[in-house]
Design a protein around this ligand. Sequence first.
Ligand code: SF4
Length: 471
Amino acid sequence: MRYEVGGVEADKLHEECGVFGIYAPGRDVAQLTYYALYALQHRGQESAGIAVSDGKSIKCEKGVGLVAEVFQDTDKFKQLQGNMAVGHVRYATDTSELLINAQPLLVRYRNGHLAIAHNGNLINSRQLRSQLESKGSIFQATTDSEIIAHLIARSGETEIVQAIKKSLPYLRGAYTYIIMTPEKLVGIRDPYGIRPLSLGKMANGYVLSSETCAFDTVGAEFVRDIEPGELIIIDENGLHSERFAPTMRQALCAFEYIYFARPDSNLHGRNVHLVRKRLGRRLAQEHPVEADVVTGVPDSSLSAASGVAEQLGLPYEMGFIKNRYIGRTFIQPTAEIRALGVQLKLNAVRQIVEGKRVVIVDDSIIRGTTSVRIVKMLRHAGAKEVHVLITSPPVTAPCYYGINTSSQSELIAARMSVEEIRKTIDADYLGFLSEEGLLECINLPKDGFCTACFSGRYPIAPDNYALDKER
Ligand code: SF4
């Protein structure tokens, strides 16, 4: 079981992965991918890897830990020489198979080599896996990511793009893939576009990334988002786009805006920081609490907290300080150690909150354990009143598309009313953003993104396996 210090992260939704690909002959593609993975580190901290193609073969280095830990031995870059690369950072819910599930996956089959980086979750993975196993496929990893490799190998097509196109219709769920052969880089986004993937351009080449913040890091310019159901091929002939499926509907994960993406990224042309500020303003309109000071839970709620403060006409202060040097830590889940951990990771600033009516802004309440601790910390630091404002609607349903939500029985908002939650976390006031408010702030068509974990409207109906796992 995985616990980070204090359980603060354990009580959050978690993005599963970040992917990056680069085609840039003449550039140091491994180093550029390394920097890009730094920019995407918030999307996964359990493993990291880079595969590089020199036009003939593919070499891969990957390991368990943060990007800096996996590549601290700079000798690893000596063998990563080539014209294109693919990189991956992974968040893991199950830490028992970290290394075997680390990506990119390197696959050798009769038509050549592939490196595969995957983000998302297939809702029909169990059926596909057992069908493939019954035909003799042997799986090494425990994740969904290997399924596409077996489908490609069994497609009967010798040309890779044809093989991929023949394989994709079997997949149901949320996925982005970056697949690299010795000669081509291929970017794929599922027909609903649940997970993000963007295209950038740089001198001598192109890049693909889960988030645009990685473009700034490597000096690339944003070109456009990959369309749902689109397949992008980058090789010596330049850039080529094909459709492998019609766009079913845009269903980008709404939590990318609320929490997952970095504030300096843009999704569908909207800057994440500015969207979060709008969420904060709207939240304050919906819940015009009387208070003295506004603060946010670092880091994901700071943009929204500044919007709340602006709207309420109150000072915005750093009421919490986050220790950035703790890193990933696995500790025994004793109550005593977890309680101590909260104070290691987050600390309330007494001089800011003492004697004040404090508004604390957070992005979500999942199990409620973090909110309990945060309110307690503020009270312990002398806050007179604690008003909790949340920039998402109550999370009442699990995610089947690659986000690690707790099971439905653990979701506090699935079991309790807002008033009951308020009492449980010991807040003087608790307010959630309405779904309508969220949709208006993101300013995309209402059915332009997935809101299933708070609306229960799943863009792709979960299959029996996904439901079984939930039970
Ligand atoms: S269910 Fe929630 S977390 Fe999952 S993709 Fe949809 S909005 Fe995102």
